[in-house]
Design a protein around this ligand. Structure first.
Ligand SMILES: O=C1O[C@H](COP(=O)(O)O)[C@@H](O)[C@H](O)[C@H]1O
Length: 241
């Protein structure tokens, strides 16, 4: 695991935009397309916006990137809590990614149907390869959740399915999410975490003993891929390392 600490969210987003841009260009020297699972939540908004500006807007070959999502809140696309909507508004529509490259977790059908459909889509892309996504970008909630893997939910125990839907009682909402098994087969996983509110949780996730029931972010341990944490000083403030 590699830890990258920045002063604040702005610096973190700038560092990460440069890192991701280099990584995409490197990977695309050896293969025709790049597959990227996006994170929802508030943390990546600044990063997405930066990627729509120069130099990234020009140097990233957007038409060769295929976009997926790590998780979705089962609310209509028009609802501002919808993770896909946020990525469209801040990134995808702005740089003009072709619609056939974008794979949303649908919320206009039942969550179970949507999860089954997504699993089929992922199978088409990754069934015959050693790894899954080239990049999975993740956030971590103050409670230690990542994707829609929340503390104390059944889905944290999933060992086989790549995509699951379930009702999250605490939020009175269905969620659709990738599971740890498919993310752990990615070539590269990047977590972003910022702010004091995440400091203790981050310490527990990175330095504490393994307790995925309480801190589901600990489930993310790529088998052969890279794992990076991009955090700001506030989030890193409780770490001993
Ligand atoms: O509910 C969610 O939360 C996490 C973390 O969000 P953040 O606002 O603390 O950045 C996010 O990664 C996930 O996609 C989202 O559905």
């Amino acid at each position: 695991m590699e830890l990258h600490i920045a002063k604040n969210t702005q610096e973190l987003s700038e560092n990460l935009a440069a890192w991701i841009s280099n990584y995409i260009q490197e990977v695309l020297q050896d293969q025709p397309i790049f597959t990227w699972a996006l994170s929802g939540g508030s943390t990546p908004k600044q990063l997405y916006t930066l990627l729509t500006k120069e130099p990234y807007k020009l140097i990233i070959p957007w038409e060769r990137i295929h976009f997926f999502w790590g998780d979705e809140r089962a609310v209509p696309f028009e609802d501002e809590r919808n993770n896909a909507r946020m990525a469209y508004e801040t990134l995808l529509d702005v740089v003009g990614v072709p619609s056939e490259n974008i794979h949303v977790m649908r919320t206009d059908i039942s969550p179970e149907e949507s999860a089954a459909e997504y699993e089929k889509t992922l199978n088409k892309y990754f069934k015959d390869s050693d790894t899954t996504f080239d990049l999975v970008l993740l956030g971590m909630g103050d409670d230690g959740h990542t994707l829609s893997l929340f503390p104390g939910t059944e889905v944290v125990h999933e060992k086989k399915a790549w995509v699951k839907a379930f009702f999250l009682k605490a939020q009175d909402m269905y969620r659709i999410t990738l599971t740890a098994p498919v993310v752990n087969e990615a070539a590269c996983v990047i977590f972003m975490a910022t702010g004091n509110g995440k400091a203790l949780t981050l310490k527990n996730v990175i330095e504490g003993s393994f307790d995925a029931e309480q801190f589901p972010s600990q489930l993310i341990r790529p088998q052969d891929g890279e794992l990076h944490w991009f955090v700001d000083e506030a989030a890193a403030s409780a770490l001993e390392m």
